[in-house]
Design a protein around this ligand. Sequence first.
Ligand code: FAD
Length: 382
Amino acid sequence: MSRKIIIAGAGIGGLSAALALNLAGFDVHVLEQSDALAEVGAGIQLSPNAMHVMQKLGLSENVLSRGFLPTSATMRHFRTAKEYLRMPLGNVIEKKFGAPYVHIHRADLHRVLHQAALSRGVQISVNTRVKRYQNLQIEGVNQVQVHLEDGREMIAAALIGADGIRSAVKKQMLPLASVEFTGQVAWRGTIDAQKVPRNLVKPEANLWVGPGAHLVSYYVRGGKEINVIAVQEQSRWTDTRWSVPGDVKVLRAAFGNWHSDVTQLLSKVEECFLWGLFASRPLDTWVDGHVALLGDACHPMLPFVAQGAAMAIEDSACLGQALSSNESINSGLSVYQSRRYARVTKVQRMAAKNASIYHMQGVSSRAKLLALKAVNSLSSDI
Ligand code: FAD
């Protein structure tokens, strides 16, 4: 079979897939619509399940050298700071799962993936937008023809749609599939840690839960920056963009009656973006002939278990393994979907369920147990 695979999208999912497929011996070409490769200016939590894949890709040290290792994850009451939950991370989680729990700036993670892909011979073309595809036979061999926005066409053994929540590949595969506004918005910003009083932010994954809102803060860049995500319920999202520049005054006012640790922290945010949070129901299929979806293109979810990118990274490892150990592309893609579907669907549901826990619709001992169970089961290996 031909070894050429085209990936639409150079996000965390597309680049991880490129590296996993490259490791499996495929000749990979990533097509990215933007004119430069970049990620949003915010942090990301990488749990051990994602770090296992980084280990397999030989990138764990690179990620760790740019990241931050939190000592624990805590859930606190928005006003009293009463601790509802404390879960050890650091050495404890690393010993248990064989990989650490890492906080990293997205731009740093993206750079690690991008540089590794280039140095290992993955071809990456920017300014190249995938428009549609066609499964076809050439001289008796099943292939896929990829049509680009600029009129060019490319042929490959497979096309992987890692083109995010607005995926053009998905739109063709499943014209009726839709993404919906979840009724939640998120402000995201980073703060220079030197500008924040010492000990205001603990070296943890700090989760504050309150009625209709929650806030997460943690260190990135070896402790030099603090990442803040503040989520609030909102009935509508009317902007055609996914994110808009946020107003720090509105952000501070929204959390104005929260604990002084939170209000002090928000007083240091100088710039932020406001994101509408969108998700979709599990799709009927991720595969059409020699085309498959990956990451947010097929399972966009609320970020309330910090697993969207982790699932895309897990998808990538599974895809590499399924394609290299199956006779045909078609059966490899089917195996990929069948191995990933149940786990990803479960995580999508967990993320949706956590909205009620995080927004204090019953912070009971049952809720605490559920949250603990969620983190434990997510961190298991693939
Ligand atoms: P994307 O990042 O959307 O990348 C898609 C790429 O495809 C883009 O570069 C785009 O330009 C390109 N593209 C689009 N269309 C085309 C086309 N037609 N042709 C070519 N290129 C195209 N996840 C975690 O694991 N941990 C966390 O802590 C976490 N926190 C989060 C916090 C917030 C507030 C949010 C909103 C999400 C969070 N997530 C987290 C989820 C995570 O950000 C996403 O799941 C992940 O970034 C998805 O990666 P992706 O590569 O699938 O898609």
